[in-house]
Design a protein around this ligand. Structure first.
Ligand code: IMP
Length: 196
């Protein structure tokens, strides 16, 4: 079975390959198919953006497509950065800029800084349109720790662990993460249906 990932984020693609590690599933990226489109993620929900990405790419490629929209929601910031996670500190910002901005916003707010990572995956095929959601609860730590992963990984400590996502080995993150939870639900679904 071929499954196209509607993303250009190499970190996400790497994680998705590791999590959906099934010899029966051939994971393709947009790069593999020379698809070069910029999809504006302007929906105000993760689900809206995931659907938009999956639909647009499926309409071009015509092969079963998954899109992941994900982000970090911090309780004391009323759920921000949320759908704005990628560009929280501005259009051309780096992951470090985003972490810095988030930590500075939390500086004067009493701890613990409860937060959750959310991942919404949309599977789009000819006669299938399914949504899978994964959530990982945890808290924001005082300063960035660790070098694995990407994005907000250095400042997020999942519940039940003393290490941040970026300090945990990728095999551990990829077992417990928001993305792993959503993709494991997708894998169960793919086991049950014939998407062709
Ligand atoms: P998307 O491409 O619109 O889904 O943006 C996702 C953004 O959320 C990324 O650029 C990261 O900033 C953040 N994000 C999503 N998943 C993770 C993760 O697993 N670790 C760290 N940051 C993440």
């Amino acid at each position: 079975m071929k499954l196209l990932i509607a993303s250009n984020n190499i970190n996400k693609i790497k994680e998705i390959r590791e999590i959906l590690n099934d010899p029966n599933i051939e994971i393709l990226s947009l790069n593999d198919l020379d698809i070069d489109v910029e999809i504006v993620e302007d929906a105000d929900t993760f689900e809206g953006n995931a659907r938009k990405k999956a639909n647009e790419i499926f309409s071009i490629a015509k092969i079963p497509t998954i899109a992941d929209d994900s982000g970090l929601m911090v309780e004391a910031l009323n759920g921000r950065p949320g759908v704005l996670s990628a560009r929280y500190a501005g259009e051309a910002c780096t992951y470090a800029d985003n972490n810095k901005k988030l930590l500075s916003e939390l500086k004067n707010i009493p701890k613990p800084h409860r937060a959750k990572f959310v991942c919404v995956v949309n599977l789009k095929a000819e006669s299938i349109d399914e949504i899978f959601v994964g959530i990982c609860d945890g808290e924001i730590v005082n300063f960035p720790r660790g070098t694995n992963g990407f994005g907000y990984d250095p400042i997020f400590k999942p519940d039940g662990y003393d290490l941040t996502y970026a300090e945990l080995p990728s095999e551990v993150k990829n077992k417990i993460s928001h993305r792993a939870k959503a993709l494991n639900k997708l894998a169960v679904f793919l086991d049950k249906v014939d998407i062709y």
